[in-house]
Design a protein around this ligand. Sequence first.
Ligand SMILES: Cc1ncc(COP(=O)(O)O)c(C=O)c1O
Length: 382
Amino acid sequence: MKLTITSKLPSAGTSIFTVMSALATEHNAVNLGQGFPDFSMNEELMRLVNEAMHKGFNQYTPMQGYIPLREVLAEKVESLYQTIIDPGSQITITPGGTYAIYTALTTVLQPGDEVIIFEPAYDSYIPNVEINGAVPVLISLQFPGYKIDWIEVKRKITPKTRMIMLNSPHNPTGAVLSEEDIVQLRSVVKDTDIIILSDEVYEHLIFDNVPHLSILRYPDLLERSFVCFSFGKVYHCTGWKLGYCISSSYLMKEFRKVHQFNCFSCHSPSQVALSTFLKNKDSYLSLASFMQEKRDYFLKLMGQTRFGMLDSKGSYFICATYDKISDEKDSDLAIRITKELGVATIPVSAFYKTGTDNKVIRFCFAKKKETLEAAVQKLVNL
Ligand SMILES: Cc1ncc(COP(=O)(O)O)c(C=O)c1O
């Protein structure tokens, strides 16, 4: 008898990131596609991990995470967002931001529940909802500013709406939430039992002195939220896969039930290292200007090309239109410029379930100056 299983994600294929990175390698292209830095991470942080290993921090940490790390995170939340959270009951260290998101969804969702997701969306959201038997309710951000249409959100709320997923700063567009978005969000969830999932993995990468409107600033919203973070994304070590989730004690208790039978506890030496590293506030306060400099440099270079650069207020991504260059589909253009010019990017249609094509591609500017220069030198030929 032929062995078969029923796929839980029948429509999932290889992600566009894997496809474009493979194409980039095949054609020896400059890779501005996948979101990872090509420069070295902080030397001091590396040294601290090494030291932690040599000091013997190589066994399991508590299931919730290394206590001094949770304490320093609670201090950081208080100093950045003026909200007091209990490191004992409200923070859990996780193996990355994606895992924190998946765990939060799995904690809450029952089959048939509806989850509002804004598109373009980070690629794990829809499969993470579907694998729990829940239903993604998709709403397009308004092109080209990628703002939330709150009237449409109100129209799409039903008695089955269980969660709303937010992402600010936003991948792939670099959009950020405004005060008005928070007002609207509050009015949408008021007197409901809707839970908010706030993906804030780019928390510190926000530009032009705009404050990050973390859900952590609003205790009434935090009561009903899971707020997810990634050390890998902000400390230029995506391969570490380490992050954390903050919630109310009530929700976090349930989150931990799911977490303890999946990952149980995360990499110990990096938690120990971060607990020391984060005591220095500059370790996170300096990140925005560091990345803004890269955005501004890339924008200046791209001024020599015929791309129409869209606004990036945060994250390490910037999107561009190309109507002066061609009317190809965005995926065709992305593949062609990888093969012909040697520059890999990501077509933004890949972030829509049905492939909505506004003819936009995404660049990652978390790269060395030389990498950005090499890419633009090729792109001027388009
Ligand atoms: C919006 C968003 N959320 C979550 C993640 C994942 O973070 P981690 O690598 O810590 O799982 C990413 C990474 O690209 C992202 O862009």
